[in-house]
Each structure stands twice: as structure tokens, then as C-alpha cells.
Design a protein around this ligand. Structure first.
Ligand SMILES: [Zn+2]
Length: 275
């Protein structure tokens, strides 16, 4: 499933391609014909994200609200010609100007939303570590009163917006935190370590288009970005995510997995004992 960094980069790409233009909006697949007609021919003012939600504002208080879900994708391409661009696959929504075309496929949710509906969506979401105005204390207020485990709470979008299964497993490992500590037993200092780390990790996910969590790689990516270079990324690596049964990179014991909050959590039982 796309995590918050994917949506953040998508909103940026849509904004760069379409803000200030009046795109033609269609539904080649036919499942969003009415909604597309309501948006088509209106100026696209801005595209933003909060957590895993994409919010695109059009003129006259119309918003496009998209959640990609597990398999959705939204591609943004430039084209310098005005001929037909074939709609490959099931394209729910297409935005098109003379320069750009963006195709949405397989979303969990695609709707035209009123400003009130957008407010309700935002009210239901916790702080997003990618947003500079996000307040980690809002999430902490929910975490430290909860009897649910940290592994569950990090996946709850009303607690924290944008973190998905990969960042959950990896950030807990990075701080040796047990995923099974109840929120009310988590130390505030531990929460700040998690939040501050997400504020470091997720922008690098936006910059590279990939989740990078292993410290050596992180340092290399940060150094490359600091020099204004494109980071060279080889194969994907992780501490525990999708490494069930393999030796922990730190202690050598087997990485474990269990379904928590509907997805496979990965952790090292020996390393991750802190609250
Ligand atoms: Zn270990």
C-alpha cells in the first residue's frame, strides 16, 4: 500500500503539472463520469495530501478526494502533443491539459467533495510527519491513553497519518521498541524518538521515491542530497520488514512476524524490548 511519502510526492507532481490550469477531466472507464463532468473545465487551484489522502482543490469549492487503497495508482506524465493518449487499463479518472495527462487507476475512493466533507476528512486524521505544521502532541494525547499496542496505534490513521506497514516495522526496530507495548505504557521520550525519526525518514522517502530505513543507506542518501546529487539506490533493504525467519542484522536471532492491525508486522524479539 502506498504510504504517506507516496501521496506527498503525488500531490507535489499534480500541483506542478496542473495548478493554475483548467484540465479536461474524464472517466475513460466510465465509473466516475458524473464526478468528472462536475470538475471538468474548472480551474485546478492546488493539490495537497494528508497522510494517505489526496485532496485536489478546484474552483467553486469543488474538491477531488482520492484514497489509493492497496492497489491504486495515479500517474502524472507530460506530453507535448494533442493527439489521443490511449487510456490503458481501467482508468477511473483522467486529468488532461495540452502538456500533461494524469491517470488514476484502481483507487479505494474517488469522489467530488464539498469543503465541509474535506474538513471532516482532515478532522478524522492524526498529524502527518511530512507536514511542517504537524503537532506530535496531538498523536501523543491519543497514544498515552490507549490500551492498544504501539504496533496497532502506529497504523491507525486517526492517531498518526501517513505511516503504513513498512515505516511501522522499521521505525520501531530502529529504536529497539517493542511493538506490543500498550500505548499507555509507552514512554513519552520513546514517542518523541519515533516522531523525530519519521520526520527524518519520510522526506527522504519523498526525495528518493523509496522507503530507506537502514542507517548506512540513510547517511549515503542524505550526503548525496546535501551535495545536490541524485542518490544512487541499489536493491531495497530493511532491518525487519519482509525479513521473517532471516537473521536480525543486529543480533542474529530470527526476525518474527505476526498480523497486527490487519497487516504483517515484523520485529526482532531480542532487540525490541524497550517501552
Ligand atoms: Zn535483533
Amino acid at each position: 500500500m502506498p504510504e504517506g511519502h507516496t501521496l506527498f510526492a503525488l500531490a507535489r507532481d499534480l500541483h506542478e503539472a496542473f495548478a493554475g490550469t483548467t484540465p479536461e477531466v474524464t472517466s475513460p472507464q466510465g465509473k466516475f463520469t458524473e464526478g468528472a463532468a462536475e470538475l471538468s473545465g474548472r480551474e485546478l487551484l492546488r493539490a495537497t495530501s494528508r497522510g494517505k489522502h489526496l485532496l485536489v482543490e478546484f474552483a467553486d469549492d469543488r474538491w477531488l478526494h482520492v484514497h489509493l487503497g492497496l492497489i491504486g495508482s495515479f500517474t502524472v506524465d507530460s506530453h507535448e502533443w494533442t493527439a489521443e493518449v490511449p487510456a490503458l487499463g481501467q482508468v477511473r479518472l483522467r486529468l488532461r491539459t495540452d502538456q500533461h495527462v494524469a491517470d488514476l487507476r484502481g483507487p479505494n475512493l474517488c469522489e467530488v467533495a464539498s469543503p465541509e466533507r474535506v474538513d471532516a476528512v482532515l478532522d478524522g486524521l492524526g498529524p502527518d510527519p511530512l507536514r511542517p505544521d504537524a503537532d506530535p502532541d496531538v498523536a501523543w494525547a491519543r497514544i498515552h491513553r490507549s490500551s492498544r499496542t504501539v504496533g496497532e496505534l502506529l497504523m491507525d490513521q486517526s492517531v498518526l497519518a501517513g505511516v503504513g506497514n513498512v515505516y511501522r516495522s522499521e521505525v520501531l526496530f530502529r529504536h529497539r521498541l517493542s511493538p506490543f507495548t500498550e500505548g499507555r505504557r509507552m514512554r513519552r521520550a520513546s514517542w518523541r524518538l519515533v516522531w523525530d525519526d519519521l520526520e527524518r525518514l519520510m522526506p527522504l522517502g519523498v526525495a528518493t521515491g523509496r522507503i530507506v530505513t537502514v542507517e548506512d543507506e540513510l547517511l549515503a542518501v542524505e550526503a548525496a542530497l546535501g551535495r545536490g546529487e541524485v542518490p544512487h539506490l541499489t536493491e531495497r533493504s530493511s532491518y525487519v520488514y519482509k525479513r521473517a525467519g532471516m537473521p536480525c542484522l543486529t543480533c542474529g536471532s530470527r526476525v518474527r512476524t505476526r498480523v497486527v492491525a490487519g497487516r504483517n508486522l515484523f520485529w526482532c524479539g531480542r532487540c525490541q524490548r524497550r517501552h
